[in-house]
Design a protein around this ligand. Structure first.
Ligand SMILES: [Ca+2]
Length: 216
């Protein structure tokens, strides 16, 4: 009897095993290859990742990529030329992909308070019709809009949505201590402190409940 290294022998032997192995290999080979592409206009390289992350996690995932000594970061789209390059290069794969943009403020004006993670100037936008709308009062991150909208248009969405992302690599250093980045870090730090305080309060309450009454 043939054995199969891909699934347990109980469910797999003979021709079934060969078929499943071929399917597994086909799925592996059909995955889009990761490949950096050069935008001749600005000298930057780009890559696109379909695996979905929360926005905050996508920042770290992008930073874990390197190419020719350049560290990746979530794409910053600062011109019509760059936006067109991305949509022409990646086509529909560019839909619902994170970019490195976030909004500060209370969101009463969804167009106000946007920043690039790199600290680059926010003076180009390509919002989809009706966006940004801060739907539900929770949309303060930016991703490329999904199907049913013009390709390459933008949407504000919640940071805890799941999306793939586009990586950008720049041969020149990305500013690391710009006001926008510092503010973003302060926001993140504030969130961590608030979360820790909440956990500490809950632990204190549990300890209080668990503490036996003093004998009198
Ligand atoms: Ca929106």
């Amino acid at each position: 009897m043939m054995t199969c290294q891909f699934v347990t022998p109980r469910f797999c032997n003979g021709s079934v095993c060969v078929l499943l192995a071929a399917v597994a290999l086909g799925l592996l080979l059909s995955r889009p290859a990761s490949a950096q592409v050069l935008d001749q206009a600005n000298g930057h390289y780009y890559d696109i990742i379909d695996q979905a992350f929360h926005w905050d996690d996508a920042i770290n995932a992008a930073a874990a990529h390197t190419y020719n000594g350049m560290q990746g970061y979530l794409v910053t789209i600062t011109s019509q030329q760059e936006n067109d390059f991305l949509t022409n290069t990646f086509g529909d794969r560019a839909r619902e992909k994170w970019a490195g943009a976030f909004r500060t403020g209370d969101g009463s004006d969804p167009n106000a308070g946007w920043h690039w993670l790199t600290g680059e100037t926010w003076d180009y936008t390509n919002w989809a019709p009706g966006e940004p709308n801060n739907a539900g009062g929770v949309e303060n991150r930016m991703s490329l809009k999904g199907g049913g909208n013009p390709l390459g248009t933008w949407n504000d969405t919640s940071f805890d949505s799941f999306s793939g992302y586009i990586i950008e690599y720049s041969p020149t250093p990305v500013p690391e201590s710009s006001p926008a980045v510092s503010f973003g870090l302060l926001l993140a730090l504030g969130g961590v402190i608030a979360a820790c305080a909440s956990v500490c309060q809950k632990k204190a309450a549990l300890l209080q409940e668990a503490r036996p009454e003093k004998e009198t």
